[in-house]
Every structure is written in C-alpha cells, then in structure tokens.
Design a protein around this ligand. Structure first.
Ligand SMILES: [Zn+2]
Length: 229
C-alpha cells in the first residue's frame, strides 16, 4: 500500500466533479467518486475520523460530513477531499503507520488551529509519532494579498498569541496564514524538514481558483488517500 496525494490547481475542479459525479483523472490516476469523502467545511477546527462507511459522503444522495473541516483516516482506497480557493489546504501523512489527514485551514481554521488538531488525533487516536508525520501546506492567498479589518486582525493575533505563536507580519493588518500553519505544525512536533510548502499565491497565480481575485464559487480539489499498488 502507498500514500498518494494531490494539491489542486484549476483542474480537475470541484464544480465539474459535482456536476458530473463520474470517475475523474488526477495525476494519471482514475479516482471514483464513491471513494471520496467530502465535508461541509464550516471554518471550524473539527476533524472527523473516517470509517469505511464515510466513503462517498458529499456525492450522489449521500450527505457531506457535517460541521467538519478536516479528516483523518487509515481506511485504504478512501480519498479525503478538501476544496479551497484562497484558503490553504494542508495534507498530512504518516508513511510508517499509514495514516493520512487533510484539513481546510483558512483564516478561521488557522486561528482555531485545525492543523494542530489533526496532528493530535493522528497521535492520540492512531498512535502516530509526530516526528514521522509529513506535511504539505498547499497554495493559498499570501500575506501581501490578505489584508483584513482591524477587528479581524486583532482577533486572529490574539488567538495565535494565546497558543504561544507569533502572528506578526511586516505589513499592517495583513495575515500570514502559511506562517501560522507552519508554526502550528512545528508546535505539534513535526520536524522542520518534514514540512513542504507550495508557495504559490492563489490570488496572484491564475492557475488557481481565487475567491478574492475572481469571486469564484469554484474550488481547487486537494486529495490524500492510501491505495493498493
Ligand atoms: Zn499573493
């Protein structure tokens, strides 16, 4: 068995997937919708532990996993799907224990430390050793293009400071989501060398859907799963 993952660009996109609900190709691999797990994504820090029965959630007549923004699974042939367009996707996996996770870490998810929550579940519920966990922080809006109101800025900074992290950027009222997630992963016990970054800014780079640039309701799809090869 091996772990495969995909950090999405414009295509294949979430809207087409929902419309067609058929097999689709990702990085040369055919993925069946019945193997996907899709959550409601409510900007929470709630991470759902998947069972085999969750496969297909969010497709056909099967409801999405409610009030969750992340998943952890060790079920083979199940793909965790996180959709994003400026929010940052994070993929986590333990290649020793064969456990995978995917989270939606926008401003609110980051403020509530959803990445740390996924690491905690991998450790406590699945017996993962945090120094074995590999993380990919996918493309999201960069701090230069992410200016927020004073109230939002203050709330975000207060939350990050309360968890012992440093939210400060060189620009006034700008939030650096990637730096926040990175610090949360380090705080969770991941080694620096285990954290990979896709440094593209979705606002700047037209290879991506961007809510702030184009008001898009379409999304990148980000996937991780354990497959037989
Ligand atoms: Zn940018």
């Amino acid at each position: 068995m091996k772990i495969v993952f995909h950090l999405g660009k414009r295509s294949p996109d979430y809207r087409s997937l929902m419309r067609e609900q058929g097999d689709f190709e990702v990085d040369g691999r055919i993925v069946s919708p019945s193997s996907l797990v899709i959550a409601e994504q409510t900007h929470s820090n709630l991470v759902h532990i998947c069972s085999k029965e969750d496969s297909g959630a969010g497709l056909g007549g099967k409801p999405q996993i409610s009030i969750a923004d992340g998943f952890v699974t060790d079920v083979p042939n199940q793909f965790l799907l996180i959709r994003t367009a400026d929010c940052t996707p994070v993929i986590l996996f333990d290649p020793i224990k064969l456990v995978v996770a995917a989270v939606h870490s926008g401003r609110e998810g980051t403020r509530k430390n959803i990445s740390g929550e996924a690491c905690r579940i991998m450790k406590e519920n699945f017996g993962c050793t945090t120094t074995d966990i590999i993380a990919y922080i996918g493309a999201g809006i960069c701090h230069k293009h992410y200016e927020v109101s004073e109230a939002v800025y203050d709330e975000y900074n207060a939350s990050m400071l309360a968890m012992g992290l440093n939210p400060v950027t060189s620009l006034h009222r700008h939030i650096d989501i990637r730096a926040g997630i990175f610090q949360q992963l380090i705080q969770s016990g991941l080694p620096f060398k285990n954290i990979e970054n896709v440094l593209d800014c979705t606002f700047e780079n037209e290879d991506y859907h961007s809510y702030r640039r184009e008001g898009s309701h379409n999304r990148q799809i980000n996937l991780v799963g354990i497959v037989y090869e």
